[in-house]
Design a protein around this ligand. Structure first.
Ligand code: NZQ
Ligand code: ZN
Length: 389
């Protein structure tokens, strides 16, 4: 196991009906609030009205930024920065899924950044000051509610880039699983695929001696595998939604990832699919992951993939290579069974014309060519995209 720091001081308020605690949390930072939300789901689920009443009763001055797109755009960040500066906002309140929260994180940082917000994203690592951020999560997927990352898209330059900022961690996050009852089947599926992918990206790694991290990842993967079908069948099953929500948070708050030194593989490849074709992040990951595992299965990676097959999928086959392949197939079958469209044409990508350009960017924007579970060059990435056709 490698040395690591683990310091994630987000005040997590998990559970039913805890919005009455919001004033106490916000008042620590001030009264002028920028409320950020997406395309209207928070209005449809009644959360917006509840919040407005609470904020009004608390004497908050509320400014609004709405219409944040899935795969949030840099233009929305710029709008938010202008509002924060103009109204001297004290605290940003993000209400929604990963896109709303990520957009809000970069607004918080870019408000104090002298250059354009996109330059901040291009820096990839922002150490400067940020406005305090409080989140109310409505979709279980990204883990952004308890980490320092954000992902922003620039459709003009065809880039979708992750940024890490030590001051972008939410100060507090309200996680009420009831707020996810209305998430569509498709987004529930995509969110769960994203959680699984975060766990697999960290788990498939060659650092020796990470038993704690590996076992936590396996337990969380098994939780998602168990709870997703329940949530799809009974959208308002509290325990299924609660376990998916807590799994999403723990999967990417550093817990299963600390003490390792490898790079992620599928996220860099997926971010290019989203940058070029604006597809749903989690669905892209579900399509890529089994093909990637097939591509990288070799003598070096075999022990970990075999362990995955046995501990996560309960494969008992004696031969190691056969067991590993059965584990990959089990992952693929799980996605199919739950309704993921498992090819690129099924999500509207019908041509291989951009594969080379996307693969080049995936390699340029990450360290997959040097530090991944099994290093991937441009030809490898193209081959993986081709396997998804
Ligand atoms: O915009 P609204 O109307 O709110 O609708 C959203 C959106 O259409 C809807 N939704 C959210 N909560 C709902 C709901 N619909 C009904 N009921 C609710 N309670 O769901 C749609 C998708 O929302 P979005 O926020 O885009 O989904 P998600 O949470 O999966 O976030 C995806 C974004 O996060 C990035 C992805 O790349 C993508 O841009 N990621 C962020 C990470 C991070 N910050 O750590 C890590 C991830 O790997 C990921 O890259
Ligand atoms: Zn993800």
């Amino acid at each position: 196991m490698e040395n690591f720091n683990f310091y994630v001081p987000t005040d997590v308020r998990f559970g039913k009906d805890r919005l009455g605690e919001l004033p106490e949390v916000l008042n620590e930072f001030g009264k002028r609030v920028l409320l950020v939300y997406g395309g209207g789901s928070i209005k449809r689920i009644g959360l917006y009205d509840k919040l407005m009443t609470i904020l009004k009763d608390n004497g908050n001055e509320v400014f609004e930024l709405s219409g944040i797109d899935p795969n949030p755009r840099i233009e929305s960040v710029r709008e938010g920065v202008a509002l924060c500066r103009e109204h001297q906002v004290d605290v940003v309140l993000a209400v929604g899924g990963g896109s709303v929260i990520d957009c809000s994180k970069v607004i918080c940082g870019a408000t104090f950044y002298e250059k354009d917000a996109w330059d901040l994203v291009l820096s990839r690592n922002y150490a400067g000051p940020a406005l305090p951020l409080v989140t109310i999560l409505t979709l279980s997927a990204t883990g952004t509610e308890m980490n320092r990352n954000a992902v922003i898209s620039n459709l003009k330059t065809r880039q979708k880039l992750g940024i890490y900022g030590k001051n972008l961690l939410p100060k507090a996050s309200f996680l009420d699983p009831q707020n996810t009852y209305t998430v569509s089947q498709y987004q529930t599926l995509a969110g769960s695929a994203d959680i699984l992918s975060h766990l697999m990206e960290q788990y498939f790694d060659l650092t020796p001696g990470t038993e704690v991290q590996d076992s936590i990842a396996e337990a969380l993967m098994k939780t998602v595998i168990q709870c997703l079908p329940v949530a799809l069948k009974e959208p308002d099953n509290y325990d299924a939604r609660a376990n998916l929500m807590w799994a999403s948070t723990l999967a990417l708050n550093g817990l299963p990832g600390t003490g390792r030194k490898g790079a992620w593989s599928c996220h860099p490849m997926e971010h290019e699919l989203s940058a070029f074709y604006d597809i749903t992040h989690g669905i892209g990951l579900a399509i890529l992951t089994p093909r990637w595992l097939d591509h990288v299965l070799n003598e070096k990676t075999l022990p970990k993939i075999e362990r995955f097959a046995r501990n996560v999928w309960g494969i008992t086959e004696k031969d190691a290579m056969t067991a590993a392949k059965m584990g990959i197939q089990a992952l693929y079958d799980f996605f199919v069974l739950n309704g993921v469209p498992m090819t690129l044409p099924a999500v509207g990508i019908n041509s291989e014309g951009e594969f080379e350009a996307m693969a080049r960017q995936a390699v340029d924007h990450s360290t997959i060519a040097t530090a991944a579970f099994s290093p991937l060059n441009v030809e490898d990435v193209v081959a993986i995209y081709q396997a998804c056709m």
